[in-house]
Design a protein around this ligand. Structure first.
Ligand SMILES: Cc1ncc(C[n+]2csc(CCOP(=O)(O)OP(=O)(O)O)c2C)c(N)n1
Ligand SMILES: CC(=O)[C@@H](O)[C@H](O)COP(=O)(O)O
Ligand SMILES: [Mg+2]
Length: 644
């Protein structure tokens, strides 16, 4: 039985010897590599926080002292130390452990969403609550990466935290642990990163670490006295310790920089920080992928989030088929060659969004703004105002936080900005906050904005080109995670709508949005075998709704829409509204993702579970047609049965 198996509760950590703690760290790393090699997941980030997570759980009393992880992708070690090590082998599997903290899994998990730069705000709120409740002996710990620190919300929180009372009954003990590994996926960008990274590249960096280590190790001081001691000893390195000045100028106490892989030093720093009793920032220097050579050697992203891989080499297991992202990557490079006004913007996700090739080909026309989707949107609007056609490439779910910028900055100015949303629809194993299931709902009210949902790679290329030709309104092109399907050729085009199948009878008009075309065609074949005639169409541009759908609808007994987006306020709702406004009295039923947060599982498992498959759709539509038939026989109003 190893040490890890004995950790039934984080308090057990306090009784371990240094040797046992060393062994524990090694066991955790082995478990991380062996499990993630099978399941896929955030290997690099978690290898980088083994020591600091052990230290945090030895010094603080979770869950009474909340330990909050920004983004949460680096909480696997926390899960192992809070009694879930034996469930770890089912990481990210349906019914298994979530890849992020989960309140349903453990009282030690406070925050479960995985959108970056939020931890300090949660922590600020918790610290304020403890002060109001007279529980200022509780300390809130927030672990935040250098990448997440490039998100604006983190600075809104720091502005508040630094302003809080440092002592007395209303004090708010809050320890910010900056896990600074110098990277998001790729090296972290921006002025802040340069100040933080400056430490690593300056030859006096080792001296700084040594100074802090000696001071921490030698003194029994805590709180203010320690702080003075540290400050005084380091003042000779003041210009090197730029981050210290930056945070202190804001009124935030700063301890560091320290070696985030030296557990004893991290513990001493946390003990001193805890003793301070107010808000303190502990700056840990770590390496993403630490302790696993293939990750450290991975120059792309230090195995930030690999799929299954060979643990001996770190190389991917199997060869992935062509992904939607690959098609976009090639399309974007071609567009860059054709038009010098086309530029790209990424929010710290150059690789995952397929922009690396464009960045290599056009280094001066590709901008990484850090994890800052709101800034990306309005900066792109500025670019469009000044004569460029910017392409902002995000995961669909991360667009949510830039809604006001899209509405009030981009659309209000009719700016020709193109948003490319990868990971739209159900993503699956990354859990509820990563599904791209809201974009075609939240963007419906945006005046002038247009949305394209390509059904395959060829249409992605076509519709992206059409989007680039729009210079007086924001355009959106959205596609899902995973392999790009075989092309689905159209029989004809009616207005802007592609007709994909025709039948002898025009019973059902099935409007299949984007990647749902395959399921729509499959459903049509199944229904045809039951004698139900289905015309499947792909609207291509789903906003605004193409008027051609009205005439097509009038020729059928029933209209069905299907989209890889939330049902509420989605394309189906918009089509129904257009049909109503046109007086097209045809029953309509819309299919989409139900309005709930989806537990993690594979994309196909979830799509089957919510009925967004050919089989599921055929079953539902068959029932609707049968209801129409019985209504017709009974002479009832045919719409009474199927109107939503
Ligand atoms: C709002 C938002 N944008 C983008 C992402 C995608 N993302 C997940 S982790 C990550 C990098 C985080 O870097 P850092 O905070 O330094 O943590 P590390 O992985 O280095 O431990 C990004 C960009 C996200 N989760 N949330
Ligand atoms: C934590 C985070 O937001 C990203 O790392 C995300 O998990 C990547 O998702 P993909 O694996 O779909 O690229
Ligand atoms: Mg980082």
């Amino acid at each position: 039985m190893g040490v890890l198996d004995r950790i039934t509760d984080p308090r057990v950590l306090r009784g371990l010897s240094d040797a046992e703690l060393e062994s524990l760290a090694a066991e955790i790393r082995d478990r991380l590599v062996s499990t993630v090699a099978r399941t896929g997941g955030h290997l690099g980030p978690n290898l980088g926080v083994v020591e600091l997570t052990i230290a945090a759980h030895r010094v603080f009393d979770s869950p009474r002292d909340p330990v909050v992880f920004d983004t949460g992708h680096q909480a696997y070690v926390h899960k192992m130390l809070t009694g879930r090590q034996n469930d770890f082998d089912r990481l990210k599997q349906a019914g298994g452990l979530s890849g992020y903290p989960s309140r349903a899994e453990s009282e030690h998990d406070w925050v479960e969403n995985s959108h970056a730069s939020t931890a300090l705000s949660y922590a600020d709120g918790m610290a304020k609550a403890f002060a109001v409740r007279g529980e200022s002996e509780r300390t809130v710990v927030a672990v935040i990466g250098d990448g997440a620190l490039t998100g604006g919300m983190a600075w809104e929180a720091i502005n508040n935290i630094a302003d809080g009372p440092q002592t007395g009954p209303g004090r708010r003990p809050l320890v910010i642990v900056v896990n600074d590994n110098g990277r998001s996926y790729s090296p972290t960008v921006g002025g802040l990163a340069k100040r933080l990274t400056g430490l690593r590249t300056d030859p006096r960096y080792e001296q700084a670490l040594e100074v802090v280590k000696r001071t921490l190790g030698r003194t029994a001081l805590v709180g203010q006295p320690l702080y003075e001691a540290l400050h005084g000893v380091k003042k000779g390195l003041k210009d090197l310790l730029a981050p210290q000045g930056m945070f202190e100028d804001l009124g935030l106490k700063y301890i560091g920089p320290i070696d985030g892989h030296d557990r004893a030093v991290v513990e001493q720093a946390l003990i001193q920080a805890k003793g301070f009793g107010g808000p303190v920032l502990v700056h840990c220097l770590t390496q993403k992928g630490y302790g696993y050579e293939p990750a450290l050697r991975d120059e792309v992203d230090q195995m930030h989030g690999p799929g299954p891989f060979d643990p001996a080499t770190g190389r991917p297991a199997g060869s992935p088929s062509r992904q939607w992202t690959d098609v976009f990557s090639d399309t974007m490079v071609a567009a860059g060659r054709e038009r010098s006004d086309v530029v790209a913007i990424t929010a710290a996700m150059l690789g995952p969004t397929g922009l690396e090739a464009f960045a290599r080909a056009f280094p001066d026309r590709c901008f990484d703004v850090g994890i800052a989707e709101q800034h990306a949107t309005t900066s792109a609007t500025g670019m469009a105002m000044a004569g460029l056609h910017p392409v902002v490439v995000l995961y669909a779910t991360f667009l949510n936080r830039a809604f006001d910028q899209i509405l009030m900055d981009c659309a209000l100015h009719r700016a020709g900005v193109t948003f490319v949303l990868d990971r739209s629809g159900v993503t699956g194993t990354d859990g509820p906050s990563h599904n791209g299931m809201w974009d075609m709902s939240i963007l419906q009210p945006v005046p002038g904005l247009r949305i394209a949902a390509p059904r395959d790679g060829t249409r992605l290329l076509e519709q992206f080109a059409e989007a680039l030709d729009v210079d007086d309104a924001p355009t959106v092109v959205r596609y899902p995670k995973g392999s790009v399907p075989q092309d689905v050729e159209a029989l004809e085009r009616v207005g802007g709508v592609d007709v994909l199948t025709r039948a002898e009878t025009e019973d059902v008009l099935l409007v299949a949005v984007g990647a749902m075309a395959g399921a729509g065609v499959d459903a049509a074949e199944r229904l045809d075998a039951q004698g139900v005639g289905v015309t499947v169409v792909d609207p291509r541009w789903v906003k605004p709704v193409d008027e051609a759908l009205v005439d097509l609808a009038r020729r059928h007994r029933l209209v069905v829409t299907v989209e890889d987006n939330g049902r509420v306020g989605g394309v189906g709702s918009a089509v129904a509204q257009v049909l109503r406004d046109a007086g097209a009295d045809v029953p309509i039923r819309d299919f989409g993702i139900p309005q709930r947060f989806l537990d993690h599982a594979k994309r196909d498992e979830i799509l089957a579970d919510v009925g967004l498959t050919g089989q599921g759709l055929a079953r539902e539509v068959s029932g609707l047609v049968a209801a129409l038939d019985s209504d017709t026989e009974a002479g009832d109003d045919a719409t009474s049965t199927v109107r939503p």
